[in-house]
Design a protein around this ligand. Structure first.
Ligand code: NAI
Length: 494
């Protein structure tokens, strides 16, 4: 069952709003960056006139982001960017709003609940693009690029009648989802043959949260197909070097614990990928006392992992040895069905990268004689039949191969998301307020200027009791930086 008013909101239950509001209130205390932006911009309302379509995990932290955008003057419509990541109490609280009641909701239109089907997911994504009285949103706030992709595919569909069979270069399992998207586009075409074509020119830009979405944007830009300017929020230092690393360090063990309650100490944990997410994942598992084995394709990251004290091996080397297999690559086909068939009994398998194609779930389901038992939602035991003298064995798969920190737990904690989301808010203000000026962002993928990245970090120092050292003018001149920053050249890697 749902609480819904078509076009207005669709959530699990508005009765959860009070519980959500308490959590939002506590999260606000842990999100000093967002609260500082409310204080700085509340009076000047830089987002007045912005109609933001947001597609990002509908969690408590995202509720604070949404209400910050509203405090800066924006109108907002929201969906989650993953079928399992919504916290129903957060969605309810956002729909009800700080001044509404469950009987008289007065919040932001939100279309999200935990456990959507794929057709429901794409219906929700469509809903955030439909603005009563307008052709569509004029801004997108995206995580993984699904809202941005829908507009691009919609325009292409209206022009050619075709939707490419495979937008995810070579991912066969994406076909099922593309069929769902195609259904949404066909329905739209039947009711309004020019919907996306009219909408797209009104979109002033997108701010993109994650590595995978940014990858899609650069791909569109390189192909000359990007329809509007984009800000790559992920590659702000205060995003990827914090959220992807320290956020994962917190939320990976959180997801494993809530899902399985299996002791991590003393076990062997295999982590695929040693980028920002992999570094946080490996550190978390080592922190719990696991022996960590990392795999990499990039010799630089492999060497980093080795220098950080991890064994670097291939998955084939540790199949019968590892107790946990975690993918963090943003790549496809990293754990195959054959790998899973070779794992030790009760091995725990999970993905923390953006999409569910890192683990071949479709291939697993096709293994003859395999059975799937639901232990609880988002925790499944897959049992391989006995073969020859090999007894029956099983593995535990978390969140059906989708990102487990949001499926099995509640994602990253507020403080780190305050950094990521402060970049999102600044990115929205940058694009929206500069349109029509000499500083307007061109149709390309941009990063925020370093001085704004440093600003985001500054907004979080007081809460941690950090006392920053100030350069003297002589010191600043000696190292050739302004006293107030930016302190590093663009190529500096942190
Ligand atoms: P990254 O690019 O820094 O790291 C990915 C690493 O995986 C790279 O070092 C790459 O060389 C390695 N890799 C690629 N293919 C591989 C393979 N077949 N085997 C082993 N290693 C391989 O990317 P980042 O920022 O670490 O993000 C990774 C994924 O996590 C992305 O999909 C991103 O969107 C997602 N993400 C998820 C979050 C969450 O809360 N679950 C938070 C932030 C990012």
């Amino acid at each position: 069952t749902f609480d819904e008013v078509p076009g207005r909101y669709k959530v699990r239950s508005l009765a959860l709003a009070e519980a959500g509001r308490h959590q939002i209130r506590l999260a606000e205390h842990e999100m000093p960056g967002l609260m500082a932006l409310r204080a700085e911009y509340g009076a000047s309302q830089p987002l007045a006139g912005a109609r933001i379509a947001g597609s990002l995990h509908m969690t408590v932290q995202t509720a604070v982001l949404i209400e910050t955008l509203v405090a800066l003057g924006a109108e907002v419509r929201w969906a989650s960017c993953n079928i399992f990541s919504t916290q129903d109490e957060a969605a309810a609280a956002v729909a009800v709003g700080p001044h509404g009641t469950p009987d008289a909701p007065a919040g932001v239109p939100v279309f999200a609940w935990k456990g959507e089907s794929l057709p429901e997911y794409w219906d929700c994504t469509e809903q955030i693009m439909l603005w009563p009285g307008h052709d569509g949103p004029n801004m997108i706030l995206d995580d993984g690029g699904d809202a941005t992709m829908l507009v691009h595919l919609g325009v292409e569909h209206e022009a050619t009648g075709e939707v490419p069979a495979d937008t995810e270069h070579g991912d066969p399992d994406h076909a099922e989802e593309m069929n769902v998207v195609r259904g949404v586009l066909r329905r739209a075409l039947a009711s309004d043959p020019q919907r996306w074509t009219r909408m797209a020119p009104g979109i002033l830009g997108v701010t993109e949260e994650t590595t995978t979405g940014v990858h899609r944007l650069y791909h569109l830009a390189a192909a000359g197909e990007l329809l509007f300017p984009a800000i790559n929020v992920n590659d702000s230092v205060t995003k990827s070097k914090f959220d992807n690393k320290y956020g994962i360090r917190h939320s990976l063990p959180d997801g494993i614990n809530r899902a399985t309650d299996v002791l991590i100490g003393g076990k062997v944990a295999f982590i695929a990928g040693y980028g920002d997410v992999g570094k946080g994942a490996a550190e978390a598992m080592r922190g719990q006392g696991a022996r960590v084995v990392v795999s990499e394709v990039d010799p630089i990251c492999a060497l980093q992992a080795a220098m950080d004290g991890y064994q670097v091996a291939r998955i084939e080397d540790v199949l019968s040895e590892a107790d946990f297999f975690i993918t963090t690559t943003g790549n496809l086909g990293v754990i195959t069905a054959e790998h899973m068939a070779g794992m030790k009994d009760k091995a725990i398998v999970g993905n923390i990268g953006h999409f569910d194609n890192e683990i071949d779930m479709a291939g697993l389901a096709r293994i003859p004689g395999i059975t799937r038992t639901e232990i609880k939602p988002q925790v499944h035991e897959w049992t391989f039949p006995a073969v020859g003298d090999q007894p029956e064995r099983s593995i535990i798969v978390l969140s059906e191969g989708r990102l487990l920190n949001l499926g099995n737990a509640t994602g990253h904690p507020s403080f780190v998301m305050s950094n990521s989301f402060a970049n999102q808010v600044i990115g929205q203000v940058e694009i929206f307020t500069k349109v029509g000026t000499a500083q307007a962002y061109a149709t390309d993928v941009h990063r925020l200027p370093k001085v704004l990245d440093e600003k985001v970090a500054r907004l979080h120092l007081d809460a941690l009791g950090v006392r920053l050292t100030r350069l003297s003018p002589t010191q600043a001149a000696y190292i050739d930086v302004p006293v107030d920053g930016p302190y590093k050249p663009e190529h500096y890697r942190y």
